[in-house]
Design a protein around this ligand. Sequence first.
Ligand code: XUL
Length: 519
Amino acid sequence: MPLSLGLDASTQSFSALVIDTDRGETVAEASVNFGKVLPQYGAPQGFMAGGAEGEVHADPCMWVDAFELLMEALGEACDLADIRAISGAGQQHGSVYLNDSWFDVIGTLRPCESLSEQLAPCLSRPTSPIWMDTSTGEECREIAQALGGAQRVCDKSGSVPIERFTGPQIRRFYKQDPEAYAATARIHLVSSFLCSVLCGADAPIDRGDGAGMNLLDIHRWEWDEHLLRATAPDLHPKLPSVVPGATVAGTVSNYFVKRFGFTAGTPVTVFSGDNPSSLVGMGASRPGKVVISLGTSDTFFAAMPEIVSDPQGCGHVFGNPMGGSMSLQCFINGSLAREAVRDRFGYDWDQFTQALEATPPGNNGQLMVPFFRPEISPRLTLDAPLLAGSEDFLNWKNADAAIRACVEGQFMNMKLRSDWMQVRPEVIYLTGGASRDTGLAQVVADIFQAQVERLAVSSSVAMGAAMRASVNSRGADLGMLEKTFCRPVESGTVNPAVDADAYAEPLREFTALLDSVAS
Ligand code: XUL
């Protein structure tokens, strides 16, 4: 059986999905939740909370421990020896810092020892800043100044300097601990680090994920010397090379062959970021379709016919793993905000859906700016949760209205922030855990005035990786894969239930509310 494996190293869990492209079937799926299976890392949601000045880090040893547990679980669901092509994706922007022992150790991993035991001594920085980290405001300003303004950085790299992006994070590390920075011989993204571990060789970075670093010239797809210099000294040799998404990074390492029974020589396509991978897994890697992905962060993205940048400086241009580029807008207050409101009232997810179904579009004028953590779209740095809204809501009297206010606030904000992409979607593809919520899908359809389709694939990131691997190493046809694996579920289509006027006034009021809290 010729199988392809897709991996998804996300914020809260590490997941795998195996497809049989000949039969058009998903053969196996497995997932491990970091907080649940590895509580010893003190990261119940996949990251260590409470860092200084907005720092949010995770331990790379936790990721590789989870990698092993995931392969054990997957090995019980299918025969790993049948896998003929592999790729993967990681949460974007996070970075792993390695000393020069890395190059030897990664090529000689011993199957009788755990990955974390062998790799821990290679870390020149014990933990990795991840995408939720907002600690680098000063570094962003310094990089912008060195380049002659934030817009210049945006023109080159596809984004203004952004706190969570890898370049500003590298600069902060260099400034805080210049010795440890000097002892760093390699800086990997989460995706290229895990790809290296799988291949047993130092892997390159793909254009999709590389564009989330504020270091890459997205017009030439090469490291930009000015950005590198503005970030930290001697940075170029510490970075892997950048390659197109259709590149074989290597073959599965002896470690994975011996420990888990993979077939030696199985090709591994370079890993990408979770959002670029999801673009592929949703069947949207050619321009014309818009995806909303509902996860720890919510994202809105689309393949782009040409490069446009966000005048508000919150949106991004990344590489499209299938060629060209994609636009993306990320909202930090995604499922964590929905969970916070749900938990406040002790609701389960069914009750959450019922609350959305029991309340009217526009919520009788009750609005909420549902930011429980500092938001990045728009940028609002807050010391405390910001739950600006109507009086009723602030008093938390009416659970159902609070839930609708939270969800409407999230998607009105998304509509306003994604206007710069100049895409007027007729169909929106919804993915991620919360996409199963019918009430929420209806809110999206109403606010965007678009048909919403929910695809059968719930794990579009891992699916995208499996599809990329199939196309790249097994010559599979992308169009055929999309027809087979990116179909809407039965009852997965939601049409707007109200017309555009229903949200005209709430959108105006929401804009005014947001302006008032932002100022
Ligand atoms: C995108 C972003 C997040 C992470 C984690 O810019 O920061 O979506 O990729 O999912």
